[in-house]
Design a protein around this ligand. Structure first.
Ligand code: TRH
Length: 374
């Protein structure tokens, strides 16, 4: 089974983050031969430092990583072709797909959304000018969607780390982090956000100490504005009950483990959002902002699904915090309500991860889709 996965890095790390995980998992768990075509290898090198941003062809974790050049050079198409996030395949490659004697399964892997229309569109074909069919493959949270990326050993590895204070301390020490014994550990990965200052002020004024870990990224400007001075990776600053520590942007596996260690994770986009769910810990999602506020419907759809089973108070707290965070508004009232429901939100996050883990993962669902199509 040969697979070609095409990834165009639009911005940020979500496109490469998702396709890089998928490629590795198809190799490791499905016995697939995978070529991952990436137009911007520097983005891959950020989340996978072993990658050489200047190499046209390299083998990484069993995946043949190829630079997707502006001028396409002819190659034989694979059995299954994944166009990630409607990235538009090279015309010559599509022509080669159409010319192949054995048909090629062509899939467009879509962005993740909890909106209800997704179930109706998942797996639908669309006829292309080339005479080929392209199928739309939607990840998702409900039966009737393609599921979520989840490697087979992921939750066991999470449980091992979460179950061992010693292993956690060792891992955190490897990042230069040594939180106080009673501190609530929180990670922060977000886009620029006007709500940040009000939330940091609330944390600083709280009774319980918080140690906030911030991998370098787009939120840094707001953080430095609040701190009143530039911050260096590794540096810890203290304000009242809050310690803030800037961390270097880390390798993807390290970031996963960081999420498992934290009591609360603020995440963004798509891939970190899913990984925070697998952490089984409460999360706050900064959704990728789209034109005309199209993202707000996505946010509502996910909140409606995620909030099922929560008490009225906890639902209200979660909605208040997520809405303020995404609207850049005052976080203080929502945060106060959140703290009142913290235990319920923690138990709910665990239960949510357990329920999601019962479903087939995205890589397995893709392989099943291919088998059914054959
Ligand atoms: O980087 P993002 O904002 O990506 C976004 C979204 O995917 C969005 O939907 C898409 O339209 C846009 O890109 C183009 O957030 P996301 O999806 O969480 O991806 C971040 C990746 O970076 C994820 O794989 C985790 C990884 N990461 C690290 O490897 N190290 C780190 O230190 C951090 C903070 C993240």
């Amino acid at each position: 089974m040969k697979w070609d996965i095409f990834c165009r890095v639009v911005d940020n790390y979500g496109d490469i983050g998702v396709t890089w995980r998928l490629a590795r998992q198809l190799v490791a768990e499905q016995g697939a031969e995978v070529r991952l075509w990436v137009d911007d290898l520097a983005a891959l090198a950020r989340i996978c430092p072993q990658a050489d941003a200047d190499s046209d062809c390299q083998l990484l974790s069993g995946v043949e990583v190829r630079h997707w050049p502006q001028t396409w050079q002819a190659v034989k198409p694979a059995d299954v072709v994944i166009e990630a996030f409607a990235c538009d395949l090279p015309d010559d490659y599509v022509a080669a797909m159409a010319a192949r004697t054995r048909p090629v399964l062509w899939l467009n892997l879509e962005y993740l959304s909890a909106e209800s229309w997704v179930e109706g569109c998942h797996g639908l074909p669309s006829m292309q000018g080339s005479g080929l069919q392209k199928f739309f493959f939607f990840p998702g949270f409900t039966a009737g969607t393609g599921g979520l990326l989840r490697e087979s050993g992921l939750l066991a590895a999470r449980d091992r780390l979460q179950g061992s204070a010693e292993a956690r301390a060792r891992f955190l020490a490897s990042l230069g982090v040594s939180p106080g014994a009673n501190a609530r550990l929180v990670s922060l990965f977000a886009y620029e956000n006007a709500a940040l200052e009000s939330w940091l002020d609330a944390l600083a004024g709280a009774d319980i100490p918080t140690h906030l870990l911030v991998p370098e990224g787009r939120i840094l400007g707001d953080l430095q504005h609040w701190a009143g001075s530039p911050l260096e990776p590794g540096q810890v600053i203290r304000r009242g009950a809050l310690s803030v520590q800037l961390l270097p942007f880390m390798q993807q596996e390290q970031y996963d483990a960081l999420l498992w260690c934290c009591d609360l994770n603020l995440v963004r986009g798509e891939d970190s959002f899913v990984r925070a769910q697998w952490a089984g810990r409460p999360l706050v999602w900064h959704i990728y902002p789209q034109q005309d506020d199209a993202h707000l419907e996505k946010l509502d759809a996910f909140m409606a699904l995620y909030c099922q089973g929560l008490s009225g108070e906890a639902q209200a707290a979660l909605r208040a915090v997520w809405q303020a965070w995404n609207a850049g508004e005052d976080m203080a009232p929502g945060w106060e309500a959140w703290l009142q429901c913290a235990e319920e939100l923690a138990a709910h996050a665990r239960a949510w991860a357990r329920r999601q883990a019962v479903r087939a993962d995205l890589a397995a669902a893709l392989v099943q889709f291919y088998r059914n199509w054959l």
